[in-house]
Design a protein around this ligand. Structure first.
Ligand code: MG
Length: 379
């Protein structure tokens, strides 16, 4: 059986306009792709697809081709939906298929099961549409009850024997615009049946439909990154630790301000988004970072994380040193880190430990810092 698909995308999508964009709904993005791209991907294994487009939308189609990475056959639609479908049917006539599926571009979430259900029925009848039962009670405006068991909600793709639906459309009077293709088949007395619809196969119509679709498509997961850094302690009169100025007889040696705490957190964030380390982004060989405050390194890592869909949810830092004593500065450090990262202070932990007099930290030759950052990635 040769099966072709007509995707009806000739509408202006005015009801879905959200006030800031006039992009027709079939060309708006959901997640990483345009609605029409999602739709075309759903039908890519069925057979030939032809998209009926509005004459003003040639530029949009170029974007879809680029997203799809494949050529797209298009035909210009008419003033009404019925005229557009007829244009699509005629465009297939040179190489007529046995069956044709007619689908709304604005139903990008159609499943393979729904498509297969329609195709299966076409061995018994000339026309088939996926249908859903009506769950809510239905009343006329005057309150009269309507038996919902008599009613079905129609979805697409609606499938037909090609020759039968083509002649049904050709026999329609030009002025008539029926709401869907099953209505045309019914008028022409084609044999018809309903297959199983799917509540996920929604037709995107209103701005809130797009918001919901975005939410349904986005998935989030948690990643952690770790960072470690060491800087040498030297004689001096102040140091910056976690962005807090600590005055005394010690300083930290380094190319920048040598803020070992912020460096470890910066590296942990870069680790979470797998984007190298602090030295890749701020090479010590680059004179512009000489004496630089490390707040900007941390802010840069935060920006990179955000650009990669990652949101920092928690920071846990351990400073390993004999000097200076951290405890009196700890709350100021938490506040400083929380402030740079735009986090509540309750999501920032600063801990300190000595190393029992052992090693370089024990001899107070330097300070080591170890950070773990938790990030929520949404894609
Ligand atoms: Mg460092």
């Amino acid at each position: 059986m040769r099966i072709a698909t007509i995707i009806v995308a000739a509408g202006q999508g005015i009801r879905a306009a959200n006030g800031t964009t006039h992009t027709p709904k079939q060309y708006r993005r959901i997640g990483k792709r345009a609605v029409l791209t999602h739709t075309l991907r759903a039908f890519k294994d069925i057979g030939e697809s032809i998209v009926v487009i509005h004459h003003d939308h040639a530029e949009h189609i170029e974007h879809i081709k680029a997203e799809l990475g494949a050529p797209i056959k298009t035909v210009i639609g008419g003033a009404s939906r019925s005229e557009s479908v007829l244009a699509g049917l005629k465009a297939l006539s040179g190489n007529a298929p046995d069956y044709v599926l007619i689908h709304d571009a604005a139903r990008p979430f159609v499943s393979q099961a729904v498509i297969d259900g329609v195709i299966d029925k076409l061995s018994e009848v000339q026309a088939c549409a996926p249908a859903l039962p009506v769950i809510d009670a239905i009343k006329l405006a005057d309150g009269t009850a309507v038996d919902r068991n008599e009613l079905n909600r129609m979805q697409t793709p609606q499938g037909f024997h090609y020759d039968a639906i083509l002649s049904a459309y050709q026999s329609l009077s030009g002025a008539i615009d029926l709401s869907d293709d099953i209505a045309v088949a019914k008028q022409a007395s084609l044999t018809l049946a309903f297959s199983k619809g799917d509540s996920a196969n929604v037709k995107l119509t209103y701005p809130e439909d797009f918001t919901r679709a975005e939410e349904n498509m986005s998935t989030s997961f948690t990643v952690t990154g770790s960072g470690y850094d060491v800087h040498r302690l030297i004689a001096g009169d102040h140091m910056y630790l976690c962005g807090v100025k600590i005055e005394g007889k010690l300083a930290l040696l380094g190319h920048s301000d040598a803020d070992v705490g912020l460096h470890a957190i910066t590296d942990a964030i870069l680790g979470g988004v797998a984007m190298g380390d602090i030295g890749d982004h701020f090479p010590p060989s680059d004179p512009q970072w000489s004496g630089a405050r490390s707040n900007q390194f941390l802010k840069h890592a935060l920006k990179l994380a955000s650009e990669n869909g990652a949101e920092i949810v928690h920071v846990d830092l351990t400073l390993i040193c004999e000097k200076p004593k951290i405890k009196t500065h700890r709350e100021a450090m938490r506040e400083s880190i929380a402030d740079i990262l735009g986090l509540p202070q309750t999501r920032v932990s600063v801990k300190a430990t000595t190393s029992e007099g052992l090693g370089f930290t024990g001899r107070a030759e330097g300070i080591a810092a170890q950070a773990t950052v938790t990030l929520k990635v949404t894609q």
